[in-house]
Design a protein around this ligand. Structure first.
Ligand SMILES: Cc1cc2nc3c(=O)[nH]c(=O)nc-3n(C[C@H](O)[C@H](O)[C@H](O)COP(=O)(O)OP(=O)(O)OC[C@H]3O[C@@H](n4cnc5c(N)ncnc54)[C@H](O)[C@@H]3O)c2cc1C
Length: 388
């Protein structure tokens, strides 16, 4: 990575799912793409549980060998965990990705498509038409026509392109461990308890292969910090009876933007995708489906700009226009943020136990809604799994 400045059509910063997907789509359209990530190994520092919803599984060919068994059951618990509400769907609703192998598979596909990937390489800033990087061999710069920020919730690229930045963030952390076998069907357990997950949920996912135990909430509202909340929850987490938990567990965590899609996510020099663009459901905090869908729109707009030489094409990549599709979810997030005491959470559960309450919960958890996809002329072929 040292020596004379290289020149590329697009430099993508961040090899999470958003960056990998955007880079691959652009390379498949014949553009010269470089993808950098500060991580030296994409199987480390993972920041997601990896729950994929049915719509994503239907629309994107994720490699089947990287997905856990289908989950149809969600169990919702009030603070004291008494009388949980169980919702069973007649369809397969979720599958949990084995994220290390899944990122590696997506990176392999990117390379096969022509993307140059530089790991262990941090983006540190931007010059007039170049990006400054620090890689294993020291500092270097890359000349690029467009810069794509796929660098997560606290995007440095957003700052450098003077685009909008995420202001409303939750923080989440989880423990992951293998599960030998389970007598129970695969299930997603959610606990609504502001003392362990203020403003969001604590969860256990047990799909019979892996257990995930996590908490998320507003950082300044955890009574004794997030790490202590996770420790407390982990000690009494539901949905793991009969499971032998190992002493050593994987730990994941990170910020989750929940303010809704940002308004200004492009300028003539580049654009943002994934968490950097705030593309996360404000209600469920799910960001995997939005990051894939928004990446397709980003790649289509960049492809047009590169083919026509018209930088203005990026103006079509407009967060303000897409944001309207999030209005209901932003309102529901505000509702969830107001659940500040166990008493309020318990009262919310009284509603949940009624038939209309169950119907609303079912439609949120098992509904077909996904990230609002803009009409993209000539939808680019989804490249997450190599096709031979
Ligand atoms: C604990 C937790 C659990 C979650 N669970 C789910 C879930 O089950 N389902 C779901 O749909 N969503 C979930 N989410 C949200 C979802 O994971 C994210 O929305 C999604 O992974 C975002 O992908 P991304 O590619 O935009 O960002 P990321 O995956 O965060 O990737 C950003 C990449 O940019 C790199 N980077 C950052 N700065 C630089 C730099 N300066 N130079 C070089 N590289 C840089 C980082 O190393 C990273 O690899 C969860 C989030 C958290 C925190």
């Amino acid at each position: 990575m040292s020596g004379a400045a290289e020149t590329v059509d697009v430099l993508v910063v961040g090899a999470g799912l958003a960056g990998l997907h955007t880079a691959t789509l652009l390379a498949r359209r014949g553009h010269e793409v470089m993808l950098v990530d500060r991580r030296a190994d994409l199987t480390t520092a993972i920041r997601t549980t990896g729950i994929f919803v049915r719509k994503t599984l239907d629309d994107f060919p994720l490699p089947a060998e990287c997905l856990g068994p289908p989950i149809r059951r969600v169990v919702l618990y009030p603070p004291g965990r008494a009388r949980p509400v169980t919702l069973d769907s007649p369809r397969d609703e979720f599958r949990v990705g084995d994220m290390g192998p899944l990122y590696l598979a997506a990176a392999r596909t990117a390379v096969e498509s022509g993307v140059r990937i530089a790991l262990g390489t941090r983006y540190t800033g931007r010059g007039l038409s170049s990006a400054l990087l620090v890689g294993p061999d020291g500092p270097t710069s890359v000349r690029t026509r467009f810069l794509v920020g796929a660098d997560g919730a606290r995007s440095r690229v957003a700052r450098d392109l003077a685009l909008d930045r995420n202001r409303q963030l939750l923080v989440g952390a989880e423990e992951v461990f293998p599960v030998a076998c389970s007598a129970e069907p695969p299930a997603f357990h959610c606990v609504l308890d502001p003392s362990i997950a203020p403003g969001y949920l604590a969860w256990v996912v047990n799909d019979g292969r892996h257990g995930h135990v996590g908490v998320a909430g507003y950082a300044d509202r955890f009574p004794d910090g997030m790490v202590a909340a996770l420790r407390r929850f982990s000690a009494s987490a539901p949905g793991l009876s009969g499971v032998d938990r190992p002493d050593e567990v994987d730990r994941r965590g990170g910020p989750i933007p929940v303010g809704g899609l940002l308004r200004r996510i492009s300028c003539p020099d580049g654009l943002l995708v994934g968490d950097a663009a705030g593309a996360v459901s404000p209600l469920t905090a799910g960001g995997l489906d939005p990051c894939l869908r928004l990446s397709e729109h980003a790649a289509a707009v960049l492809d047009e700009a590169l083919r026509t030489g018209q930088r203005d094409a990026l103006a079509r990549y407009d967060g303000a226009a897409l944001r309207a599709g999030f209005r209901g979810r932003v309102l529901l997030r505000r509702g969830l943020a107001r659940v500040r005491t166990p008493g309020v959470a318990a009262a919310a559960f009284a509603l949940l136990r009624t038939p209309p309450g169950r119907a609303v919960a079912g439609s949120i958890l098992f509904g077909d809604r996904s990230f609002p996809t803009p009409a993209t002329p000539g939808r680019l072929t989804s490249p997450l799994a190599s096709r031979s």
